[in-house]
Design a binder for this molecule. Structure first.
Ligand code: SF4
Ligand code: SF4
Length: 658
């Protein structure tokens, strides 16, 4: 309303000023006709139109105001006094409204006009895939959790995020900066499939809660007290009225969804989230308020557990608001301090503790996938320059094992000297960390870092190659916090390097359309979009296609990240099915012989399940980029170009192209 009024005032000023300039000669040219203005009016006119006082005709270049020109047509024929009045009216109305607007700004959604630039300036410059550690070691973290557990109010300790006051100033600035544009939710796989999570609503709920308690925070910091030294406690939130019961179930979540409406644009209807500025401050006892836990009172726990940590929201946000760190921080508090997490996560947590993998399969079987390939263990070949970090999925999942075998065969064919860790390899801890179990993650990271550094000290492991984007991201971006800095390369980058050096020769055509699915942890987290596509382009016969809109930065998540791989979805609308259908459309829903390519074992599981769920697995193949390349290189066929390839000379692994 104010903005519209400002625009009208502006147009009025421009329209009147244009008329004054156009008829200046008639008004102030020294004549004595009916239009002649008084000397005072001429002086005022000169001030008003000073920037445009040229005698040259008014043109677009000197007065680019289409709206003002339009308005001036209504003032045609007006005399100098009327035009001066309108110009002054427009000028002062506009100025007054600007001052009024500036006063209202901090209390409106337009506050982002002031906070957007500082928020962008202060954004985290650390790698996008890095979550900050909670403590310098697993031991210190456990000590802190133990100390908190002995307090009467463990949630008062900022271990993760339990309360609004635990957020950093930058996170609070994020809340104030949201423009409510909704781009985050429009690209969120959880929101798109009807889960309780809407990232925009998450931010608005926290912001409104913050607004509702701002007076309390000001007073805590030694700010102004209420009248007569009595606290003005205008918090309209009746948080105590909320059910304090912990835990959650999907039925509750569904009710919550229905209550608030998935597509809810506004947030004023959120009774317990509504900003609570008191119109008539009431005098309350000096106790400010009882501490308010965000979970259950402001954010439903299922909101947190619906997130796949895909970063689509962050990629789309025009003011660079972050989500994954906040959601994981809130999960951390739930897991470490309250011991609350979805029941399905208990087994993966235990598996990572006992057997070093979330499937909880025997550690002894970790290298079974490599049977017959003649790949040495690091223990046997400690100076191996390249470590093939296999990861849990490719070690234990029968389908994903084929990715590991294809990659290993290609590396052997290209003469790469590499070894694997076998039973010495443990889960990197990515699922534990994204699920909030920072202690488990830190324990695994410390163990793996010690193993890797020990081989590094013996002169081995110059590079680490992995087929799993989650391992890749964690080893590359998070292990440096644990003292392990290595060159980590995703297998698509590494294989493309081998192709560029002509160590591999794709020769056998792979016919049909191929659509590539971007893994979130490869693309949005680490900007690897082109290497997998370039490998596909180099395979003869491949017709590479792209999903409409939902590709690269905007690609939809497969639904497995953020430990979702081990959790049940909150409703029957599956993320993996939605993604699969987008990809199927790109190769033609009715055509057979198409292929969905991926470069992540988690994505493979989700997309294969998606094809099966739609009865399309017979017609459309789902293959890793390495499997397609291996087929094309026809490594098992001794004749032809393969026979002419170099005889696997020992060589230093090529640098990645990225
Ligand atoms: S990270 Fe992905 S799933 Fe989580 S809120 Fe953002 S868009 Fe939604
Ligand atoms: S994309 Fe950013 S600015 Fe837009 S609603 Fe989401 S968080 Fe707010």
């Amino acid at each position: 309303m104010i903005i519209v009024a400002m625009m009208l005032a502006d147009m009025t000023y421009d329209g009147a000023a244009l008329q004054l300039v156009a008829h200046r000669a008639a008004f102030c040219g020294g004549g004595s006709g009916p239009d002649a203005a008084t000397p005072e009016q001429c002086a005022s006119l000169a001030t008003l139109v000073l920037p445009y006082a040229s005698t040259a005709p008014i043109t677009w270049e000197i007065y680019p105001s289409p709206a003002g020109s339009f308005m001036s047509s209504f003032f045609d024929g007006s005399r100098a006094p009327s035009l001066l009045f309108l110009a002054h009216l427009g000028f002062w109305t506009h100025s007054t409204l600007v001052l009024l607007f500036l006063n209202l700004l901090p209390h409106s959604k337009h506050f982002h006009i002031l906070t957007a630039v500082p928020n962008a300036f202060a954004r985290d410059l650390a790698p996008r895939g890095r979550l900050a550690p909670m403590a310098e070691s697993a031991e210190k973290l456990m000590e802190a959790v133990g100390v908190a557990g002995e307090l009467p109010d463990p949630a008062s300790v900022p271990l993760g995020i339990a309360r609004i006051e635990h957020f950093s100033w930058k996170a609070l600035l994020d809340f104030y900066t949201c423009t409510e544009c909704g781009r985050c939710s429009d690209n969120c796989p959880a929101h798109l499939t009807g889960k309780i999570l809407s990232p925009k609503q998450f931010t608005l709920d926290l912001r409104d809660h913050l607004y509702g308690r701002e007076r309390e925070f000001l007073e805590r910091e030694g700010g102004p007290k209420g009248t007569n030294g009595v606290d003005i406690h205008g918090n309209g939130h009746d948080h105590d009225a909320h059910d304090d019961s912990g835990g959650h179930d999907h039925a509750d979540a569904q009710e919550h969804v229905e209550e608030h409406g998935r597509e809810a644009e506004g947030h004023d209807d959120h009774e317990h989230h509504a900003p609570a500025f008191p119109e008539n401050p009431v005098i309350s006892p000096p106790v400010l308020s009882k501490p308010i836990d965000l979970i259950d009172h402001v954010i439903h726990p299922d909101v947190l557990w619906a997130c796949t940590t895909c970063r689509a929201c962050e990629e789309q946000c025009p003011v660079l608001i972050s989500y994954v760190d906040k959601i994981v921080d809130m999960r951390r508090n739930l897991v470490l301090v309250k011991g609350e997490f979805p029941a399905q996560l208990a087994k993966p947590f235990q598996g990572m503790v006992v057997n070093g993998n979330p499937w909880d399969l025997s550690r002894m079987d970790r290298a079974n996938w490599a049977e017959g390939l003649g790949i040495p263990m690091m223990a046997e070949f400690p100076k191996a320059p390249v470590l093939f970090w296999v990861g849990c999925a490719a070690s234990y999942d029968d389908r994903a094992k084929k990715i590991a075998r294809a990659t290993a065969k290609l590396m052997k064919a290209a003469g790469v000297e590499f070894a694997i860790l076998g039973q010495e390899e443990n889960c990197t801890g990515d699922p534990a960390r994204r699920a909030g179990n920072e202690f488990l993650f830190a324990t695994l990271a410390e163990g793996n870092a010690a193993t890797l550094n020990a081989y590094g000290a013996k002169g081995g492991i110059k590079q680490v190659v992995t087929t799993c984007p989650h391992c890749f991201n964690t080893l590359k971006n998070e292990y440096p916090d644990f003292g392990c800095k290595l060159e980590v390369i995703h297998h698509t980058d590494f294989l493309l390097g081998l192709l560029a050096e002509k160590k591999l020769n794709p020769r056998k055509p792979v016919s049909g359309k191929v659509v590539y699915h971007d893994s979130c942890y490869l693309g949005r987290y680490n900007d690897i979009y082109e290497s997998p596509r370039e490998i596909l382009r180099r395979i003869p016969g491949v017709q590479l296609s792209e999903p409409e809109r939902w590709t690269k930065q905007e690609g939809l998540c497969c639904g497995a990240g953020g430990a979702q791989m081990w959790m049940e979805e909150q409703n029957t609308d599956r993320v993996n099915v939605k993604r699969t259908l987008q990809l199927v459309d790109a190769v033609g829903r009715d055509a057979s012989g198409g292929t969905i390519a991926s470069a992540c074992p988690y994505c493979m599981t989700m997309l294969t399940d998606g094809l099966k769920a739609q009865g399309l697995d017979e017609r459309i193949a789902q293959l890793d980029v390495a499997e397609l390349l291996e087929r094309s290189c026809a490594l098992d066929e001794p004749l032809g170009i393969r026979a002419a390839m170099p005889k696997d000379p020992p060589r230093v692994a090529p640098a990645a192209l990225h």
